[in-house]
Design a binder for this molecule. Structure first.
Ligand code: NAD
Length: 411
């Protein structure tokens, strides 16, 4: 940006905070996604960005839905302003999700946008950001197997929160005790909970359910999940129909249609035996696999509960779940579609996300400026657009495919 002034070498030692305008600016705005209560930066992290040489602007009420009030940001040293000022003044804009379409129209060349921009779900959006000339950085394409990237891993931090909350939502909807109890009124059998998909969210759901005292079983197509489930007090379910299905980067691969059918049929019996089922299965870049069919749900006992964390507009792990809705089936099963549980624990989720942002910031910023270096493995993953074009290879490939498809359809 033309009015950018590089911070002086002594800015960290300066006693008086420079007024807005003297240093590069990071801006945090309210999220515009439906039902989104999180905020990208929490007051306790304002000082970290200041010590990197930045002034911090926060849109009024940006953190309100996460119980982070303007006062707290102001006390931490941020300046509370309106959204237009944030967009006009920012060198770097922070989001949890992505900027709104109205925001995109106001973005200026050389601004940096950081968020979970979902470029692999919507590569067209990345192309639009590239067209605006902004540098787009997406935390959801971070290479997660690098140990030095772990502190920046927002998918993990948010899945951890969501998995914890899924266990609580399920327990809350279940009309009986979780633990084995011996009371004067009789002995209570423990609840039996099945968690399908034992990645970050599933493992946290298993750990939390175990702490609440239920018997918990976990299932995954990745063999290493067995040891992880067992180390958290769960029992691992092994299916005969699907031995293992490991894809790239340690993630699951999509099952073939035959494998998927066999998996569903074998899971039916397990689903019917459990009081509570929590589903978390995802395959990167694909619609979530269907694990629990309508037939499986109809075989469950009245009072059973299902929480489908994969429920989205793309479909979920449970045939009868609906995103962000609770459905009660004719046979008395409560099916909760819970695709964005992290947002329902917005304070904790925002705190973790904000820490991820600060770790990423420390990696990207040199001398008060975001320095793009695509030779760096982390940046190769997270930098989506730079210099007016899409530079992330996976996103560029998807965008290219989408463009040629629309050319063919248009022809
Ligand atoms: P995810 O959200 O993509 O999927 C959730 C779980 O669903 C995964 O465990 C997956 O194996 C499982 N799944 C997919 N299809 C399934 C099916 N048909 N049946 C049953 N289960 C199915 O995954 P995630 O939780 O974000 O991450 C999981 C992977 O990423 C793991 O390999 C994890 O170790 C790895 N990871 C590594 C690091 C690291 O090395 N630092 C950090 C985070 C995640």
């Amino acid at each position: 940006m033309s009015d950018r002034v590089e911070p002086s070498a002594t800015s960290e030692e300066t006693v008086d905070k420079p007024s807005v305008g003297a240093a590069p600016v990071v801006a945090v705005v309210a999220e515009t996604g439906e039902g989104e209560h999180r905020v990208a930066l929490v007051p306790e992290d304002v000082a970290k960005l200041q010590s990197a040489g930045f002034d911090v602007l926060v849109e009024a009420d940006a953190g309100k839905r996460a119980w982070l009030l303007d006062d707290a940001y102001a006390r931490a040293g941020a300046t509370v302003v309106d959204r237009s000022t944030c967009l006009a003044r920012a060198d770097v804009m922070l989001f949890v999700g992505r900027p709104s379409d109205a925001d995109v129209k106001k973005l200026k060349p050389d601004q940096v946008v950081i968020g979970m921009l979902a470029p692999l779900v919507d590569p067209g959006f990345a192309v639009r950001l590239g067209d605006r000339g902004v540098t787009a950085v997406s935390l959801d394409t971070l290479p997660r197997t690098l140990s030095r990237a772990q502190s920046m891993d927002a998918l993990s931090s948010q899945a951890n929160v969501a998995g914890y909350k899924a266990a609580l939502v399920a327990a809350n909807a279940y009309g009986r005790y979780y633990p084995l109890l011996m009371t004067a009124a009789g002995t209570v059998r423990p609840a039996e909970v099945l968690v399908l998909g034992a990645g970050v969210a599933g493992l946290q759901a298993i750990a939390t359910t175990h702490r609440l005292g239920a018997i918990v079983r976990g299932y995954d197509v990745r063999p290493e999940a067995k040891e992880q489930v067992e180390s958290l007090g769960g029992r691992f379910v092994e299916l005969k129909s699907v031995a293992e299905a490991v894809g790239e980067g340690g993630y699951a691969r999509a099952l073939t249609a035959e494998e998927s059918k066999a998996q569903q049929e074998e899971l039916n019996g397990y689903v019917a035996q459990h009081n509570v089922v929590i589903t978390t299965a995802q395959v990167p870049g694909r619609r979530p696999p269907l694990l629990v069919t309508a037939d499986a749900v109809s075989a469950m006992r009245a009072g059973s509960v299902i929480v489908d964390m994969a429920a989205s507009s793309l479909g979920g792990n449970v045939e009868v779940s609906r995103p962000d809705e609770t459905v009660v089936t004719a046979n008395g099963v409560t099916v909760i579609g819970a695709g964005n549980l992290a947002s329902t624990m917005a304070n904790g989720a925002s705190t973790a996300y904000s820490h991820n942002i600060c770790a990423l910031f420390a990696h990207l910023v040199k001398d008060g400026k975001v320095v793009v270096d695509l030779a760096d493995e982390i940046q190769e993953g997270v930098v989506i657009t730079s210099g007016g074009k899409v530079v992330n290879s996976a996103t560029a490939e998807l965008a290219g495919r989408a463009a040629s498809k629309s050319l063919v359809n248009g022809a």
